[in-house]
Design a protein. Structure first.
Length: 566
C-alpha cells in the first residue's frame, strides 16, 4: 500500500538532488528527509538565498520531511541581532515553515568544544602558533604541497593544555589556532590542516562574553547538521571542495553523518549578488540602504512591491540548475512579478507626465462619476467610481502634434476614447512662448459615455486620464536596473564595477492619481493602467503618498518608438 509520503516523493519534480534523495530512501541510507537553511546573521538575504530556501524547504515539504532554520552564528565580529530578525522575517515572508525548529550554532558551542578535545586526544588536532600570514605562506598552492607547521607534532597533553588556556582567554587574538591534523600535501588545499578554532575576544550577540574561542565554518557546519539529524545538507557549489572535510570531521568523531549535495548558485543580470558589494554600495551612498528597491535583497524586492508568490514561481522556473553556476536574465524575474501582479493588483489611473486637457463643450462646474473595473482578471474585485470633469490630465506621450505612422492616440483633429469615459476630439493645441505644448482644447461626445458611438463610428486609440480637480498628487519613484550592463564586472582596466551603475536607476517625480488610492497602506499594490505596477512605500504619510515602480508593463508602442529611434 502506498503512503502519502511515497506519493509525494513520486510526484516531486525530477532533478539530480531529488533523484539522489529518492535513491537514498530506496536503498535505506536514510528513512526520512530533513533539510535546513543555515544563513550567517551578518547581512540581509538576497534573491539567491530565496532559491536556496525554496530548494531546502520545497524538498522537505515534497518528501513529507522536516525543515530547520538555523543561524550559523560563529563569527561575533560581523553578526548582529538586526540581521537575525531580518532573516527570520524574510524566510517567513517567502512562505517557508520551520515549525519549532529555529536553531543557533552558538547553542552547540559546548558540544563542539568536547568534540574538538576528542580529536586532540585522538592525535588529529593540534594548537598552532603560526600567525595568519605565516599560515598562508606554508599552505602551498594548487600545484605545490604545503609544509608542516613547526607545532604540528606537539604532544596530546601539550595541545590539551594550550587549548584549555585558549578557551580561558589567556592568549591574545590571532596568537594561536586549533588546527585539524590531516595532510599538508593533499591536492585539496581545504584538507591542509584547516583551522578549527580562532581566538576572538569579542561579545557574541547571544552568548555575550562567555566565549573567546570561536569555531570556523568548516568545523561547525557538519557538526550542526549532525546534531540536528539533518539528512541532506544542500548547499551551493563553492562548498563542493569543502565536502571531503565535512565528511572527514564526522567520520573521525564517529557521529551521525548527513549527506552534502551541492547545487548551482543563482546570479542575475544587471545587478550584483554579494554581501560585500551590498555593503560597499550602501557605504558609498550609491543606494539608500539594504532595503533599497534597486538591490536584489529580499527586503529591497519586498519594498519594491515583489510578492513572495512571484519569487517562489521564479525559483520554480529556475529550478535546481545544473552543476555549474548560472546567470539568469533579470527579465525572467520581471515576467514572474508581472504575471502575479496582473492577477492580484487593483487597477487605477494615474498620469506621470501630465498634459492638461480642457473639454470646451463640457458644462462648467459639472462633475460626474464613471464606473471602472478594479481587476479584469478577478471579477470578484468589483468596480469603483472615478470622478470626471471639464479639465483632465492625460499622459503627454499620448499626444503628438505631428503623429508618426501607426500612432493611434490623440492628435490634432483626431478622435480617441477616454478609458471608461467619452470620445474626445482635439480641436486646438495651446503652446507657450518656447513652443512647448501646455494645453489641449478638445470636445467630447456626450452620447459615447462608457461605450461606442450610437452612429457606429470607431476609434483606434484609448487613453487613460485623471480629473484635474479631483486627482491626488503623489510622489513616484521610478526604479530601473541598478547597472547599465548585464554584467557589472565588464569594465575597462582601472575601473571598478561601480563604473557601470545606471544613472537612471532611480528618478523621482510628482504624478497625479485618481482619488481611490487615498489612504492606501504601505505595501498596497496597484497597476497604473497602461503604465506600470506600483507599490506604496513605507515612506508615505497621510499628507503624501509615495509609490515605488515595481515593474513596467509590456508596451507595444514603446517598442515601436524605440525601433523608430523616437
Amino acid at each position: 500500500m502506498t503512503t502519502p509520503e511515497a506519493n509525494a516523493r513520486d510526484a516531486a519534480p525530477s532533478d539530480f538532488i531529488r533523484d539522489a534523495i529518492r535513491e537514498d530512501l530506496a536503498n535505506g541510507r536514510y528513512d526520512r528527509v530533513h533539510t535546513r537553511f543555515p544563513p550567517e546573521p551578518n547581512a540581509y538575504l538576497h534573491i539567491g538565498h530565496a532559491k536556496a530556501v525554496w530548494i531546502d524547504y520545497g524538498i522537505a515539504r515534497e518528501f513529507g520531511g522536516l525543515f530547520n532554520l538555523r543561524f550559523d552564528d560563529t563569527n561575533p565580529l560581523k553578526e548582529e541581532p538586526e540581521f537575525v530578525e531580518a532573516i527570520i522575517e524574510d524566510v517567513r515572508w517567502l512562505g517557508a515553515d520551520w515549525g519549532d525548529r529555529l536553531y543557533f550554532a552558538s547553542d552547540y558551542f559546548e558540544q563542539m568544544v568536547e568534540w574538538a578535545i576528542q580529536l586532540i586526544r585522538q592525535g588529529q588536532a593540534y594548537v598552532c602558533d603560526l600567525s595568519p600570514e605565516e599560515m598562508r605562506a606554508t599552505r602551498g598552492t594548487l600545484t605545490e604541497p604545503g609544509t608542516d607547521s613547526p607545532y604540528r607534532n606537539r604532544s596530546v597533553d601539550e595541545n590539551l593544555g594550550l587549548f584549555a588556556r585558549m578557551r580561558s582567554g589567556e592568549f591574545p587574538d590571532g596568537s594561536r589556532t586549533l588546527r585539524a591534523k590531516i595532510d599538508m600535501a593533499s591536492p585539496n588545499v581545504v584538507m591542509r590542516d584547516p583551522v578549527m578554532y580562532r581566538i576572538r575576544h569579542a561579545e557574541h550577540h547571544r552568548q555575550g562574553t562567555k566565549w573567546c574561542v570561536y569555531p570556523s565554518y568548516d568545523w561547525a557546519h557538519g557538526l550542526e547538521d549532525s546534531i540536528e539529524g539533518v539528512t541532506h545538507s544542500l548547499c551551493t557549489l563553492e562548498y563542493e571542495i569543502h565536502r571531503p572535510l565535512y565528511d572527514w570531521f564526522l567520520e573521525q568523531l564517529g557521529i551521525y553523518r548527513p549527506r552534502q549535495i551541492e547545487f548551482a548558485r543563482l546570479s542575475l543580470t544587471y545587478t550584483v549578488m554579494s554581501k560585500r558589494r551590498f555593503v560597499d554600495l550602501v557605504d558609498r551612498g550609491f543606494v539608500i540602504g539594504f532595503d533599497d528597491p534597486r538591490l536584489p535583497t529580499l527586503a529591497g524586492l519586498r519594498r519594491r512591491g515583489y510578492t513572495p508568490e512571484a519569487i517562489r514561481e521564479f525559483c520554480e522556473r529556475v529550478g535546481v540548475g545544473g552543476r555549474a553556476d548560472t546567470t539568469i536574465d533579470m527579465h525572467m524575474l520581471e515576467d514572474c512579478i508581472r504575471e502575479d501582479l496582473n492577477q492580484r493588483s487593483t487597477r487605477v489611473m494615474g498620469v506621470l507626465n501630465p498634459l492638461r486637457v480642457v473639454l470646451t463643450n463640457y458644462p462648467d462646474g459639472q462633475t460626474e462619476e464613471v464606473d471602472a473595473i478594479n481587476n479584469p482578471e478577478d471579477p470578484s474585485a468589483g468596480t469603483r467610481k472615478i470622478p470626471f470633469g471639464k479639465t483632465l490630465y492625460i499622459e503627454r506621450d499620448d499626444f503628438r502634434k505631428e503623429p508618426p505612422p501607426k500612432f493611434f492616440r490623440l492628435a490634432p483633429g483626431r478622435e480617441v476614447r477616454l478609458r471608461y469615459g467619452y470620445f474626445i476630439t482635439c480641436q486646438e493645441v495651446i503652446e507657450d512662448e518656447s513652443g512647448e505644448i501646455v494645453e489641449l482644447r478638445c470636445t467630447y461626445d456626450p452620447a459615447t459615455r462608457g461605450g461606442d458611438a450610437p452612429d457606429g463610428r470607431k476609434v483606434k486609440g484609448t487613453i487613460h486620464w485623471v480629473s484635474a480637480e479631483h486627482a491626488i498628487e503623489v510622489e513616484v519613484r521610478l526604479y530601473d536596473h541598478l547597472f547599465a550592463k548585464p554584467d557589472p564586472d565588464e569594465v575597462d582596466e582601472g575601473l571598478d564595477y561601480t563604473a557601470n551603475l545606471n544613472p537612471e536607476s532611480l528618478r523621482v517625480q510628482a504624478a497625479y492619481v485618481e482619488p481611490s488610492v487615498a489612504g492606501a497602506p504601505a505595501g498596497a499594490r496597484y497597476q497604473f493602467e497602461r503604465l506600470a505596477y506600483f507599490c506604496v512605500d513605507p515612506d508615505s504619510s497621510p499628507e503624501r503618498l509615495v509609490f515605488n515602480r515595481t515593474v513596467t508593463l509590456r508596451d507595444s508602442w514603446a517598442k515601436i518608438e524605440k525601433a523608430m529611434g523616437g
